[in-house]
Design a binder for this molecule. Structure first.
Ligand SMILES: Nc1ncnc2c1ncn2[C@@H]1O[C@H](COP(=O)(O)OP(=O)(O)OP(=O)(O)O)[C@@H](O)[C@H]1O
Ligand SMILES: [Mg+2]
Length: 551
């Protein structure tokens, strides 16, 4: 991160979104390159069960007109595994047809579910997500919770993300299984694998066949590949160690290698995970390697690690602040005593003034750390929250000295309801973007205004920065979309980013039915308007509205 623009990113993405994102990342890494379908499905089911705590998980894949249960982590897994569902049958069968994820809370009370023979009818809630590959449903992931324990919309969103991750891996594994079974349609199957597949001679390492995805990724033509050995794909300094690893691994099938560097034709390095198996190719033993590109995942992982480090620095800082309070009170007490006995020493007033300043800083820091630890929702005064966040940002020297600030807080602002950290992170991400946007413009103004109307709280965050074109504007909520330099680019001056701020903000606010609207034009700055229902309003709506349960 740039040293010129010390960003106050402590907890800016929020530990909850952080851990969710990193869980998704870890899962995608675990799944990447798993070629055995059963093993892959089991890993996916276990992840789903751990990440969205549930009593059971079953994974179904579509075969003909049926949903075939392939993996079940349940009390009655034997019964479940021996009961294929017809498409359309029960909640899971319905999701296979509609292609839309759904929650069926207390499905035992609705009579909608299909009762699997040999299992009891008990209090149970279901969450079913389709496994979709390019709009085609290939299976369903069904989670259940027993008793009164229901699923929430947030669980649904998370499982949808997990299902998306799983599907690509399942697709590859299935193709691979078919590929291994039959030589028929070899080429079509081979090329429909979305990742680079490299078939090579286990003794000479010569490349014997290559998938179209590999040609696209590495930039070598098919003919060039066929004149190379797999060692050519590695940077020269790695080749010796790769050679011995490959020779050792040849008897293993499948073998898995992580953190491998490949080099494309134009010299760019990509990081891959490789799974390799023994096959027969044109009547001779050969080795098939699937190389999954994990460059992007690794980059994000490093960024997440950085954010986690910052988070623990935040905790450390609040601990230090706490410990400073004691000696500081001592200094204050003795100085006051001295002033009483030596009123002629005017410097003592200056000391006291400085002490008060330090105490203010410490108070802000501790207040923030304290709020950040809260996990239960409560009534929150957004004006106070924004004031604390903005005070905290003063540690950013660019913000403190160069930014023209206009704050206008509505004194009648009603309270909202939610977890403090969710709101503070959501706003901080947007404010940080505004600060980045004015980094290089001549006018550096930031305006924060709050107002209310009809039970809704509005926060307007306006900057005089670089603004956005329509193209950019249409993509800003996409995860990983960024126009900034990557955080690990060294010696850069200016804003860096991962493209996770706004999607995180949107998700955090959506938990409380909050909305974000954006206006911007190139060179005209940007206005982010956040609307949140007041605590009162939410109560009214929830009383009138339907409960979230699918019957
Ligand atoms: N106030 C703004 N003015 C101009 N562009 C903006 C503004 N806010 C967001 N953007 C654009 O939206 C993109 C996405 O923003 P987002 O906060 O999601 O990611 P980021 O700021 O690039 O990285 P991160 O927040 O993860 O550090 C930015 O890269 C930038 O192009
Ligand atoms: Mg950002």
């Amino acid at each position: 991160m740039s040293t010129i623009l010390p960003k106050n990113r402590i907890g800016s993405k929020g530990s909850k979104s952080l851990s969710r994102l990193s869980a998704l990342l870890e899962t995608s890494q675990e799944l990447a390159g798993k070629l055995e379908l059963k093993e892959l499905l089991e890993a996916l089911a276990r992840r789903a069960q751990d990440l969205v705590h549930s009593d059971g998980v079953t994974l179904y894949l579509i075969e003909g007109d049926f949903l075939k249960p392939l993996v079940s982590l349940e009390d009655y897994s034997e019964e479940i595994l021996s009961t294929p569902l017809q498409l359309g049958q029960g909640i899971s069968g319905g999701v296979a047809v509609s292609g839309e994820a759904e929650i069926a809370n207390r499905v035992d009370l609705t009579g909608r579910g299909f009762l699997i023979p040999g299992t009891p009818l008990e209090a149970e809630s279901l969450l079913c997500a389709p496994l979709k590959y390019e709009n085609e449903v290939i299976g369903v992931m069904t989670l259940n919770r027993l008793g009164e324990w229901e699923f929430t919309p947030a669980d649904l969103e998370f499982i949808k993300g997990l299902a998306n991750l799983g599907t690509a891996a399942i697709w590859n594994a299935r193709l691979y299984e078919r590929l291994a079974k039959s030589e028929r349609n070899y080429r079509t199957l081979f090329n429909s694998i979305g990742e680079a597949v490299i078939v090579h001679d286990p003794e000479t390492f010569r490349i014997l066949d290559i998938s179209e995805a590999a040609v696209r990724r590495y930039g070598f033509t098919r003919e060039e590949f066929l004149n190379m050995t797999i060692l050519h794909l590695h940077p020269p300094e790695d080749r010796e160690s790769i050679r011995s690893r490959v020779m050792q691994g040849v008897r293993q099938s499948p073998a898995h290698y992580d953190n491998i560097r490949h080099r494309t034709k134009d010299g760019a390095l990509v990081e891959v995970s490789i799974s390799a198996v023994n096959i027969e190719f044109q009547g001779r033993p050969a080795r098939l390697a699937l190389a999954v590109d994990v460059t992007e995942q690794q980059r994000v992982r490093r960024e997440l690690e950085q954010a986690r480090k910052l988070e623990s620095i935040g905790l450390l800082a609040s601990g230090i602040a706490h410990n400073l309070n004691g000696p500081l009170s001592g200094i204050q007490g003795f100085t006051e005593l001295l002033r009483a006995t030596h009123p002629e020493v005017t410097e003592l007033d200056i000391i006291l003034k400085q002490v008060h300043k330090i105490k203010d800083i410490i108070r802000t820091l501790m207040l923030k750390a304290h709020h950040q630890e809260e996990v239960t929702p409560r009534r929150i005064q957004i004006n106070e929250l924004l004031k604390t966040e903005l005070a905290f940002l003063e540690a950013n020297l660019f913000f403190k000295h160069e930014v023209e600030k206009h704050f206008d807080f509505d004194p009648q602002l009603p309270e909202v309801w939610g977890v403090y950290g969710d709101f503070s992170q959501a706003f901080l991400n947007i404010i940080n973007n505004a600060i980045d946007a004015i980094y290089s413009t001549p006018k550096k103004a930031l305006q924060v205004r709050t107002s209310h109307e009809n039970g809704w709280v509005t926060v307007e965050i306006k900057d005089s920065g670089i603004g956005m074109s329509e193209d950019i504007l249409s993509r800003i909520f996409e995860p990983f979309f960024t126009t900034k330099l990557p955080p690990d680019s060294e010696h850069v001056k200016g804003p860096t980013g991962t493209g996770l701020g706004l999607p995180a903000s949107r998700e955090l606010l959506a938990r409380y039915d909050g909305r974000i609207e954006v206006w911007s034009q190139p060179h005209q700055g940007a206005v982010f308007t956040i609307m949140l229902p007041s605590a009162e309003q939410r109560r009214i709506e929830q009383k009138d509205g339907e409960r979230y349960s699918v019957a």
